[in-house]
Design a protein around this ligand. Sequence first.
Ligand code: BT5
Length: 320
Amino acid sequence: MSREEIRKALIQGLGSWTSGQMLAESLKISRAAVWKQVQSLRSEGYEIESSKRGYRLASLPDLLSEDLVKDGLKTEFVGRTVISHPSLASTNAEAKRIAPPAENGTVVVAEVQTAGRGRMDRSWHSPKGGVWMSVILKPKIPPALASRVNMAAAVAVARALEGLYDLDVRIKWPNDLLVGERKICGILTEIEAEMDSLNYAVVGIGINANIEAARLPEDWRATSISRELGRDVLRAELVQRVLLEVERASEEMTVSFDRVCREWMARSATLGQRVRIITRIGEFEGRAEALEADGALLVRKDDGTGERIIAGDCTHLRPA
Ligand code: BT5
């Protein structure tokens, strides 16, 4: 317990000195025991200076540890349980493994993913500095409405990035978040369902947070928060905001989906664009004409016929 008290005291006194003697006295432990806890916090990544005056935390560490994500988290159920790993193959795979007995809103987060996954078995590049996380949600909706969870997640992350960093975030169909024409976040929602009930949804969110442009291959047309802002951000704060927005959007989704849906459409970067669509059965070009409440995209082909796409890939083409 003294670890947590020492950690909290150092965070409270951020940038100023806290006497080791006083810490020892108030916790009724020896100064050597305080030192041991400080050493262990240092090994976790906390930069703690020491001098005759005591200990000083230089700045909040940019870590996604359970306590930093939970410190001051303002949600009711999303993030009540946070499981943080230094490295995982994929947070979605881990979340699916633990989902059946897990409580609604459980979060799995990793500093690094070694086998991050995109849609359709593609891989997702997940180096240090990003936010790679999965939220287990158990909404009481029929499986036919599961696409709503995916749409709510996109709206939630867009609200978080806009609210914290004033970024203009748009949604490229089906669910990429773009700043300008560059992808800053990818979302992969996976579900487990019976005929008439959704057991759980795992919402995988990958945000390029503090990642240098040079580490994102140019042909992906990707960007990161640090690239857009010209500075690094505190990722734990970002995770907290995303969790808060995911909770709000998931509640909105069950009360009245209409608002989430309208915002999802209003944020669309795809509507009105000339697009190339690739589905499992073929590919074609046309104009993205409308979005529907179930997440489908309506494309007007060059021969005038309309096509309703539920799943597939979409490339924005430059106007001819
Ligand atoms: C996605 O797939 O956009 C969904 C990505 C979801 C990632 C999260 S991270 C936490 C959770 N755990 C997981 O294992 N996954 C989720 P898709 O639309 O298929 O995009 C994949 C394509 O984007 C790749 O083929 C690359 O071209 C490109 N790409 C890969 N890594 C990227 C990155 N970090 N930033 C931007 N583009 C990337």
